[in-house]
Design a protein around this ligand. Sequence first.
Ligand SMILES: [Cu+2]
Length: 139
Amino acid sequence: MKQKTMRQSKGISMVMFFIATIYILGATAQAAVTIHKLEIRHGHKADAAYFEITNMNDKTDALLSVESPAYGNVEIHTMSMANNVMRMRRLERVELPINEKVIFKRMGLHLMLFDPTDNKDMTFTFRFEHTEPVNVQLK
Ligand SMILES: [Cu+2]
């Protein structure tokens, strides 16, 4: 009687283990590119957005565009020094190497947020070359 109970609980814990494994695989499959620490800084001509982005896939990808109902136009920019002057340049894509955190920050890569709309929905949709779009919502 006692042995039977033990065998049953072993069986149950095996089932639980498989359920947990399936759940973890499902979670990583969804979060193929992760975006953390998204923040907006208000500027006079346009707002800027900074964040950290990591490609968790097993192949390289690229960020192609970002959009939000709160802004009429969002551009990907980088900054660089030319003759002692900081210059902003628009980028068509930002490469996302496998498992490497790419940081959008002041004086570096950033999003430029133009034409604020009346829509208060601060959802940002990140679009990639391969990965499905990722939505990040700011409160
Ligand atoms: Cu800019």
